[in-house]
Ligand binder design. Structure first.
Ligand SMILES: [Zn+2]
Length: 73
């Protein structure tokens, strides 16, 4: 499965906004009402970080459910 870029992921998440080199967006892995999820890219790898405490696995799983899969392991 090809890697997606963060622009594609951000477009698929409602309410994503650009923040520095990456994006912030409502976290798809929990019931989020503010942009808790930070999406960034480092050394060609996409990093996701939820400030509410979801693990990367949970966030990646939720992205996959939305057809936004394909983060590097
Ligand atoms: Zn979360």
């Amino acid at each position: 499965m090809p890697l997606m870029d963060i622009d594609t992921i951000a477009r698929g998440l409602k309410g994503a906004t650009k923040s520095g080199q990456g994006y912030v967006a409502p976290c798809p892995a929990h019931d989020d009402h503010k942009p808790s999820l930070k999406i960034s890219e480092k050394d060609g790898k996409i990093l996701v970080y939820c400030h509410a405490g979801c693990t990367q696995d949970q966030v990646v799983g939720a992205l996959k459910d939305r057809g936004l899969a394909a983060l590097a392991p």
